[in-house]
Design a protein around this ligand. Structure first.
Ligand code: AMP
Ligand code: MN
Ligand code: MN
Ligand code: MN
Length: 292
Protein backbone atom coordinates (compact mmCIF):
# COMPACT_ATOMS: atom_id res chain seq x y z
CA UNK A 1 0.00 0.00 0.00
CA UNK A 2 1.35 3.44 -0.90
CA UNK A 3 0.22 6.11 1.56
CA UNK A 4 1.12 9.78 1.11
CA UNK A 5 0.26 11.39 4.44
CA UNK A 6 1.49 14.95 3.92
CA UNK A 7 0.21 17.06 1.01
CA UNK A 8 -0.86 20.66 0.33
CA UNK A 9 -3.51 22.32 -1.83
CA UNK A 10 -4.55 25.91 -2.64
CA UNK A 11 -6.37 25.95 0.72
CA UNK A 12 -2.88 26.88 2.02
CA UNK A 13 0.35 27.19 0.00
CA UNK A 14 -0.08 24.46 -2.60
CA UNK A 15 -0.77 25.29 -6.25
CA UNK A 16 -3.42 22.63 -7.07
CA UNK A 17 -7.05 22.46 -5.96
CA UNK A 18 -7.86 19.63 -3.50
CA UNK A 19 -9.54 17.78 -6.37
CA UNK A 20 -6.41 18.10 -8.52
CA UNK A 21 -4.16 16.94 -5.66
CA UNK A 22 -6.27 13.78 -5.26
CA UNK A 23 -6.31 13.20 -9.03
CA UNK A 24 -2.53 13.51 -9.29
CA UNK A 25 -2.00 11.22 -6.29
CA UNK A 26 -4.40 8.59 -7.69
CA UNK A 27 -2.73 8.79 -11.13
CA UNK A 28 0.65 8.36 -9.40
CA UNK A 29 -0.51 5.07 -7.84
CA UNK A 30 -1.08 6.37 -4.30
CA UNK A 31 -3.66 4.24 -2.43
CA UNK A 32 -4.24 6.49 0.61
CA UNK A 33 -3.85 10.24 0.77
CA UNK A 34 -3.94 12.73 3.63
CA UNK A 35 -4.45 16.41 2.79
CA UNK A 36 -2.53 18.42 5.40
CA UNK A 37 -2.82 22.12 4.66
CA UNK A 38 -1.14 24.66 6.94
CA UNK A 39 -3.42 25.72 9.82
CA UNK A 40 -6.63 25.18 7.84
CA UNK A 41 -9.07 22.37 7.00
CA UNK A 42 -11.00 24.12 4.22
CA UNK A 43 -9.76 21.75 1.49
CA UNK A 44 -10.82 18.53 3.22
CA UNK A 45 -14.42 18.27 2.04
CA UNK A 46 -13.46 18.63 -1.64
CA UNK A 47 -10.54 16.19 -1.27
CA UNK A 48 -12.70 13.63 0.58
CA UNK A 49 -15.31 13.69 -2.17
CA UNK A 50 -12.63 13.45 -4.89
CA UNK A 51 -10.99 10.48 -3.15
CA UNK A 52 -14.36 8.70 -2.85
CA UNK A 53 -14.97 9.22 -6.59
CA UNK A 54 -11.55 7.81 -7.47
CA UNK A 55 -11.72 4.92 -5.01
CA UNK A 56 -8.65 5.86 -2.97
CA UNK A 57 -8.45 6.09 0.81
CA UNK A 58 -8.73 9.49 2.42
CA UNK A 59 -7.44 10.73 5.79
CA UNK A 60 -8.46 14.17 7.04
CA UNK A 61 -5.32 16.07 8.02
CA UNK A 62 -3.79 19.40 8.93
CA UNK A 63 -0.26 20.77 9.50
CA UNK A 64 -0.06 23.02 12.55
CA UNK A 65 2.53 25.80 13.04
CA UNK A 66 4.19 25.49 16.46
CA UNK A 67 6.75 27.55 18.33
CA UNK A 68 9.02 25.31 20.40
CA UNK A 69 12.01 26.80 22.23
CA UNK A 70 11.88 29.81 19.92
CA UNK A 71 11.82 27.68 16.78
CA UNK A 72 9.13 26.95 14.21
CA UNK A 73 8.04 23.30 14.16
CA UNK A 74 5.31 21.65 12.10
CA UNK A 75 3.02 19.09 13.67
CA UNK A 76 0.78 17.10 11.32
CA UNK A 77 -2.58 15.83 12.56
CA UNK A 78 -4.00 12.72 10.84
CA UNK A 79 -7.51 11.34 11.15
CA UNK A 80 -8.92 14.52 12.66
CA UNK A 81 -12.61 15.32 12.92
CA UNK A 82 -12.40 18.74 11.35
CA UNK A 83 -15.65 19.80 12.98
CA UNK A 84 -14.06 19.68 16.44
CA UNK A 85 -14.50 23.09 18.04
CA UNK A 86 -11.24 23.18 20.02
CA UNK A 87 -9.24 22.40 16.90
CA UNK A 88 -11.06 25.00 14.81
CA UNK A 89 -10.69 27.72 17.44
CA UNK A 90 -6.98 26.99 17.65
CA UNK A 91 -6.52 27.06 13.88
CA UNK A 92 -8.51 30.29 13.58
CA UNK A 93 -6.11 31.92 16.05
CA UNK A 94 -3.12 30.78 13.97
CA UNK A 95 -4.69 32.20 10.82
CA UNK A 96 -5.15 35.54 12.63
CA UNK A 97 -1.43 35.43 13.46
CA UNK A 98 -0.67 34.67 9.82
CA UNK A 99 -2.59 37.76 8.66
CA UNK A 100 -0.75 39.90 11.20
CA UNK A 101 2.58 38.42 10.13
CA UNK A 102 1.79 38.98 6.44
CA UNK A 103 1.32 42.71 7.11
CA UNK A 104 4.65 42.78 8.99
CA UNK A 105 6.48 40.95 6.21
CA UNK A 106 5.05 43.39 3.65
CA UNK A 107 6.23 46.36 5.76
CA UNK A 108 9.70 44.86 5.98
CA UNK A 109 9.82 44.24 2.24
CA UNK A 110 8.72 47.84 1.69
CA UNK A 111 11.73 48.93 3.76
CA UNK A 112 13.86 46.82 1.40
CA UNK A 113 12.45 48.82 -1.51
CA UNK A 114 9.81 46.26 -2.52
CA UNK A 115 6.35 47.87 -2.34
CA UNK A 116 2.84 46.39 -2.66
CA UNK A 117 3.72 42.89 -1.47
CA UNK A 118 0.54 42.55 0.60
CA UNK A 119 -1.64 43.28 -2.41
CA UNK A 120 0.43 40.85 -4.45
CA UNK A 121 0.15 37.94 -2.03
CA UNK A 122 -3.54 38.57 -1.42
CA UNK A 123 -4.05 37.83 -5.11
CA UNK A 124 -2.10 34.51 -4.89
CA UNK A 125 -3.64 33.46 -1.60
CA UNK A 126 -7.13 34.25 -2.90
CA UNK A 127 -8.75 34.28 0.51
CA UNK A 128 -6.88 31.17 1.71
CA UNK A 129 -4.21 30.95 4.38
CA UNK A 130 -1.37 33.43 3.72
CA UNK A 131 2.03 31.76 3.75
CA UNK A 132 5.60 32.84 3.18
CA UNK A 133 5.35 30.67 0.05
CA UNK A 134 2.98 33.29 -1.38
CA UNK A 135 5.54 36.02 -0.66
CA UNK A 136 8.17 33.85 -2.38
CA UNK A 137 5.93 33.54 -5.44
CA UNK A 138 5.38 37.30 -5.46
CA UNK A 139 9.15 37.94 -5.28
CA UNK A 140 9.79 35.50 -8.15
CA UNK A 141 7.02 36.80 -10.38
CA UNK A 142 8.00 40.45 -9.87
CA UNK A 143 11.57 39.55 -10.86
CA UNK A 144 13.17 40.28 -7.45
CA UNK A 145 14.62 36.76 -7.16
CA UNK A 146 15.16 33.77 -9.48
CA UNK A 147 13.23 31.17 -7.50
CA UNK A 148 11.47 30.45 -4.21
CA UNK A 149 14.62 29.04 -2.65
CA UNK A 150 16.38 32.36 -3.28
CA UNK A 151 13.38 34.30 -1.92
CA UNK A 152 13.71 32.41 1.36
CA UNK A 153 17.50 32.67 1.42
CA UNK A 154 17.56 36.43 0.74
CA UNK A 155 14.41 37.72 2.43
CA UNK A 156 12.08 35.29 4.20
CA UNK A 157 14.13 32.96 6.36
CA UNK A 158 14.83 33.57 10.03
CA UNK A 159 17.56 36.21 10.29
CA UNK A 160 16.76 37.71 6.85
CA UNK A 161 15.42 41.26 6.38
CA UNK A 162 11.74 40.37 5.78
CA UNK A 163 11.52 37.72 8.52
CA UNK A 164 8.77 38.55 11.01
CA UNK A 165 8.91 36.39 14.17
CA UNK A 166 5.57 35.15 15.51
CA UNK A 167 4.36 33.13 18.45
CA UNK A 168 2.53 30.11 17.00
CA UNK A 169 0.82 27.32 18.98
CA UNK A 170 2.73 25.57 21.75
CA UNK A 171 3.61 21.92 21.19
CA UNK A 172 1.13 20.95 23.93
CA UNK A 173 -1.68 22.98 22.33
CA UNK A 174 -1.11 21.54 18.86
CA UNK A 175 -1.10 17.95 20.15
CA UNK A 176 -4.15 18.66 22.31
CA UNK A 177 -6.13 20.13 19.39
CA UNK A 178 -5.27 17.12 17.21
CA UNK A 179 -5.94 14.40 19.79
CA UNK A 180 -9.04 16.27 21.04
CA UNK A 181 -10.35 16.02 17.47
CA UNK A 182 -9.71 12.25 17.52
CA UNK A 183 -6.52 12.41 15.44
CA UNK A 184 -2.92 11.25 15.71
CA UNK A 185 -0.17 13.87 16.09
CA UNK A 186 2.91 13.43 13.88
CA UNK A 187 6.21 15.35 13.92
CA UNK A 188 6.58 16.64 10.35
CA UNK A 189 9.94 16.48 8.51
CA UNK A 190 12.14 16.27 11.66
CA UNK A 191 15.37 16.86 9.72
CA UNK A 192 14.26 20.26 8.43
CA UNK A 193 14.60 22.04 11.77
CA UNK A 194 18.39 22.06 11.85
CA UNK A 195 18.41 20.70 15.42
CA UNK A 196 21.48 19.05 16.88
CA UNK A 197 21.14 15.34 17.69
CA UNK A 198 20.54 16.14 21.36
CA UNK A 199 18.04 18.96 20.62
CA UNK A 200 16.15 16.58 18.35
CA UNK A 201 15.89 14.04 21.16
CA UNK A 202 14.65 16.70 23.61
CA UNK A 203 12.04 17.81 21.07
CA UNK A 204 10.86 14.23 20.46
CA UNK A 205 10.70 13.59 24.22
CA UNK A 206 8.62 16.78 24.74
CA UNK A 207 6.31 15.79 21.90
CA UNK A 208 5.83 12.32 23.37
CA UNK A 209 5.15 13.78 26.84
CA UNK A 210 2.42 15.97 25.28
CA UNK A 211 0.68 12.88 23.84
CA UNK A 212 2.24 12.88 20.37
CA UNK A 213 2.33 9.43 18.79
CA UNK A 214 4.11 9.46 15.44
CA UNK A 215 7.03 10.90 13.47
CA UNK A 216 7.75 11.20 9.76
CA UNK A 217 10.54 8.73 9.08
CA UNK A 218 10.19 9.45 5.37
CA UNK A 219 9.54 13.13 4.84
CA UNK A 220 10.65 16.19 2.93
CA UNK A 221 14.27 17.13 3.33
CA UNK A 222 15.21 13.63 4.52
CA UNK A 223 18.05 11.88 2.83
CA UNK A 224 17.77 8.11 2.27
CA UNK A 225 20.76 7.83 4.62
CA UNK A 226 18.64 9.40 7.40
CA UNK A 227 15.73 6.92 7.22
CA UNK A 228 17.54 4.41 9.43
CA UNK A 229 18.41 7.02 12.04
CA UNK A 230 14.81 8.28 12.16
CA UNK A 231 13.43 4.73 12.33
CA UNK A 232 15.72 4.11 15.33
CA UNK A 233 14.53 7.35 16.94
CA UNK A 234 10.87 6.33 16.38
CA UNK A 235 11.53 2.91 17.93
CA UNK A 236 13.41 4.34 20.91
CA UNK A 237 10.53 6.68 21.78
CA UNK A 238 7.77 4.20 20.88
CA UNK A 239 6.46 6.38 18.04
CA UNK A 240 4.65 5.18 14.92
CA UNK A 241 6.49 5.81 11.65
CA UNK A 242 4.75 7.99 9.07
CA UNK A 243 5.61 8.94 5.49
CA UNK A 244 4.65 11.80 3.21
CA UNK A 245 5.93 13.81 0.28
CA UNK A 246 5.03 17.33 1.53
CA UNK A 247 3.75 17.85 -2.00
CA UNK A 248 2.97 21.49 -2.93
CA UNK A 249 3.33 21.90 -6.68
CA UNK A 250 3.53 19.53 -9.69
CA UNK A 251 6.40 21.65 -11.06
CA UNK A 252 8.40 21.06 -7.87
CA UNK A 253 10.93 18.36 -7.04
CA UNK A 254 8.54 16.34 -4.91
CA UNK A 255 5.72 14.26 -6.36
CA UNK A 256 3.00 12.24 -4.56
CA UNK A 257 4.05 8.90 -3.11
CA UNK A 258 7.46 8.81 -4.81
CA UNK A 259 9.58 7.39 -2.02
CA UNK A 260 10.73 3.98 -0.76
CA UNK A 261 8.65 1.92 1.68
CA UNK A 262 9.11 2.62 5.39
CA UNK A 263 12.01 0.62 6.89
CA UNK A 264 10.81 -2.84 7.91
CA UNK A 265 12.06 -2.50 11.51
CA UNK A 266 9.69 0.33 12.48
CA UNK A 267 6.07 0.23 13.59
CA UNK A 268 4.24 1.96 10.77
CA UNK A 269 1.21 4.19 11.15
CA UNK A 270 -0.70 2.06 8.63
CA UNK A 271 -2.74 0.04 11.16
CA UNK A 272 -3.84 3.30 12.81
CA UNK A 273 -4.87 4.65 9.41
CA UNK A 274 -7.11 1.65 8.90
CA UNK A 275 -9.27 2.70 11.82
CA UNK A 276 -9.59 6.20 10.38
CA UNK A 277 -10.49 4.82 6.96
CA UNK A 278 -13.09 2.41 8.28
CA UNK A 279 -14.50 4.35 11.17
CA UNK A 280 -14.26 7.95 10.13
CA UNK A 281 -15.77 8.12 6.65
CA UNK A 282 -18.22 10.48 8.30
CA UNK A 283 -16.81 12.35 11.30
CA UNK A 284 -18.60 11.43 14.56
CA UNK A 285 -21.22 13.94 15.67
CA UNK A 286 -19.91 13.92 19.27
CA UNK A 287 -17.60 16.85 18.51
CA UNK A 288 -19.81 18.57 15.99
CA UNK A 289 -19.59 22.34 15.79
CA UNK A 290 -22.10 22.85 13.03
CA UNK A 291 -24.91 20.63 14.13
CA UNK A 292 -27.20 22.06 11.45
P1 AMP B 1 4.95 29.62 6.56
O1 AMP B 1 4.18 28.42 7.01
O2 AMP B 1 4.08 30.71 6.07
O3 AMP B 1 5.99 30.05 7.52
O4 AMP B 1 5.72 29.17 5.26
C1 AMP B 1 6.51 28.03 5.29
C2 AMP B 1 6.37 27.30 3.96
O5 AMP B 1 7.28 27.85 3.03
C3 AMP B 1 6.75 25.85 4.07
O6 AMP B 1 5.64 25.07 4.38
C4 AMP B 1 7.25 25.53 2.69
O7 AMP B 1 6.15 25.22 1.85
C5 AMP B 1 7.83 26.84 2.20
N1 AMP B 1 9.30 26.92 2.33
C6 AMP B 1 10.02 26.97 3.46
N2 AMP B 1 11.33 27.08 3.19
C7 AMP B 1 11.44 27.11 1.85
C8 AMP B 1 12.54 27.22 0.93
N3 AMP B 1 13.79 27.34 1.36
N4 AMP B 1 12.26 27.20 -0.40
C9 AMP B 1 11.00 27.10 -0.84
N5 AMP B 1 9.92 27.00 -0.03
C10 AMP B 1 10.14 27.00 1.29
MN1 MN C 1 4.15 24.77 2.82
MN1 MN D 1 6.04 21.72 6.97
MN1 MN E 1 3.90 20.55 4.68
Amino acid sequence: MIADLHMHSIASDGTLSPDEVVRLAADSGVDVIALTDHDVTDGLAEARAAAARRGIGFIAGVEISVTWNGRLLHIVGLGIDERHQGLQLGLAGLRDSRRLRAARIAEKLERCGIPDALKGVAAYANGAVISRSHFARFLVETGRVRNAEQAFRRYLRRGKPAYAPMQWASLAQAVEWITGAGGTAVIAHPMRYELSASQLRVMVADFKACGGEAIEVIGSGHDVSEYGRLAALANEFGLLASCGSDFHDPAGRVLPGRYPALPSDCVTIHARLQSYLDGRAQPPSRHAVNAA
